[in-house]
Design a protein around this ligand. Structure first.
Ligand SMILES: Cc1cc2nc3c(=O)[nH]c(=O)nc-3n(C[C@H](O)[C@H](O)[C@H](O)COP(=O)(O)OP(=O)(O)OC[C@H]3O[C@@H](n4cnc5c(N)ncnc54)[C@H](O)[C@@H]3O)c2cc1C
Length: 436
């Protein structure tokens, strides 16, 4: 038998994989992380808008995001032993989630009350006072920008649910590097430019992975944190049939434009805006810029992919126009540039747009996947969930029958990791979008 290279192999060194590696090393595991790219956070993580918000459709989703926010706020304490000269930071600018029938505010406010997330209810008058220049028209449902209906006027108005503690992380790739550095200091090994091409060479229990260069890495635990490639990794491991939620890669673009005058206060940032009413989200960025992403309006084509490796890495004029014109409808002073600028990335979309943090039917093979464009913010907790799960299950606990409960360090909440099970009933309250 080949001696084990590690107690656990993590596939993927994105922000989640690095976080899983850190938690496992803290628990005393000898960890090896394999990534086919050249460094930390080169997958979905690099394209992330890194918005930290709390509007999710379930208690566990909200509680996870709220606890994670506390980890970002205490990032250097959280990393403990990182002596990097520069680390990621959280910027708190607040977020206005505009009213929309598919995610009514009455659904989330009772959850916010239980979790302790502060919020303000804004009527249309308050919304226009708090976000200078905003158009408070309600246009639902989103329409194609090539249709006349998109430009029709409306007599109805909308308000918003505002969470003052929402924000964004300054640099998502740097956050992944921070986690890698902290894990390395505790002894985790990172193998870059190495591709996992086979998982396990025996049935029943995972025993390692084979790399593209022919190397065999033996370990009794393997964790699939491969982002949009996670479905393919599951197929290599022969798992997935037992999953009630499927995953599929979806290409996305986030565009960059100049903020309209007055949107950002001098030296600061205006609030982020989640605008499912028009099908977009808006996040301020340094240099008086705005990032503009999409919330999957049904009228625009979805870019499902068979293989993320073949995703077009460049932004397209068509997507740029669609998203920026939607944002300009909401912020009429926003100028739509003729040249498109931004980033393209890939989501790992699950059937109900919630992540899967779980074991699988192949003993020793775990997954942190299906992050659906909304789990960057939850990377700290995803790492802790997986560490706790691996510890419990490898210690003989039957997580499928009696889900492991995570006790949150900062908020004291108890989160049922079974809420993110591969065998869960699909979340019928999901917005069916990146908002979860
Ligand atoms: C455009 C965009 C905007 C987003 N905005 C937000 C946001 O505002 N807020 C938020 O919370 N979330 C957001 N997200 C989601 C968030 O970025 C992801 O959920 C998160 O980055 C996923 O991290 P990960 O580590 O799981 O995956 P990745 O970062 O994709 O890492 C997976 C890694 O696995 C490696 N890998 C894959 N296959 C193999 C293999 N066979 N062998 C070895 N290595 C392999 C890849 O090279 C990659 O580095 C956004 C995502 C995108 C794409």
């Amino acid at each position: 038998m080949t001696p084990s290279i590690a107690d656990a192999i993590v596939i993927g060194a994105g922000v989640l994989g690095a976080s899983v590696a850190l938690d496992l090393t803290r628990r005393g595991y000898k960890v090896a992380v394999v990534d086919k790219s050249g460094g930390p956070g080169h997958g979905s993580t690099s394209a992330s808008s890194a918005v930290v918000r709390f509007n999710y459709s379930t208690w566990d989703g909200v509680a996870t995001a709220w606890e994670s926010k506390h980890c970002w706020e205490k990032w250097s304490d959280y990393l403990q032993n990182s002596d990097k000269s520069e680390s990621a930071t959280i910027v708190v600018n607040g977020m206005a989630v505009l009213d929309v029938p598919i995610a009514p505010r009455e659904r989330v406010t009772p959850i916010f009350d239980r979790v302790g997330v502060p919020y303000e209810r804004w009527d249309p008058v308050t919304l226009s006072a708090r976000i200078p220049g905003i158009d408070v028209g309600a246009y639902w449902p989103p329409k194609s920008i090539s249709s006349d209906a998109f430009f029709e006027e409306t007599t109805s108005e909308l308000g918003a649910l505002y969470t003052p503690d929402a924000g964004f992380v300054s640099d998502p790739q740097l956050a992944a590097q921070d986690l890698v550095a902290a894990a390395q200091k505790l002894g985790a090994r990172f193998l870059f430019n190495r591709t996992v091409v086979r998982v396990s060479d025996r049935a029943g229990r995972v025993n390692g992975v084979a790399l593209g260069d022919g190397t065999w890495l033996a370990a009794p635990v393997v964790i699939n944190v491969a982002g949009p490639w996670s479905g393919a990794l599951n197929r290599l491991a022969g798992v997935g049939r037992e999953f009630t939620v499927d995953v599929r890669p979806m290409r996305q673009e986030v565009h960059q434009v100049a903020a309209p005058t007055g949107f950002n206060p001098p030296g600061g940032f205006g609030p982020s805006i989640a605008d499912m009413d028009l099908g977009t989200y808006i996040r301020p960025a340094p240099g008086d810029k705005l990032y503009i992403g999409g919330t999957e309006p049904e009228c625009d084509p979805f870019e499902w992919l068979d293989d993320p490796d073949y995703a077009n890495p460049s932004v397209t004029d068509e997507r740029f126009q669609a998203q920026v014109i939607r944002a300009a409808r909401r912020l009429p002073e926003l100028a739509v540039p003729s040249r498109s600028k931004g980033v393209a990335g890939v989501y790992d979309v699950s059937t109900d747009w919630a992540p899967i943090y779980d074991r699988t039917d192949l003993d020793g093979f775990y997954v942190a996947m299906g992050t659906s464009g909304n789990q960057f913010k939850n990377a700290p907790l995803a790492g802790q969930f997986m560490g706790e799960l691996v510890d419990a299950v490898e210690g003989g606990h039957d997580h499928d029958a009696k889900p492991v409960i995570h006790r949150c360090k900062y908020t004291g909440h108890e989160i049922n990791i079974g809420a993110f099970s591969r065998k869960r009933s699909r979340n019928s309250t999901s917005s069916g979008t990146v908002m979860g």
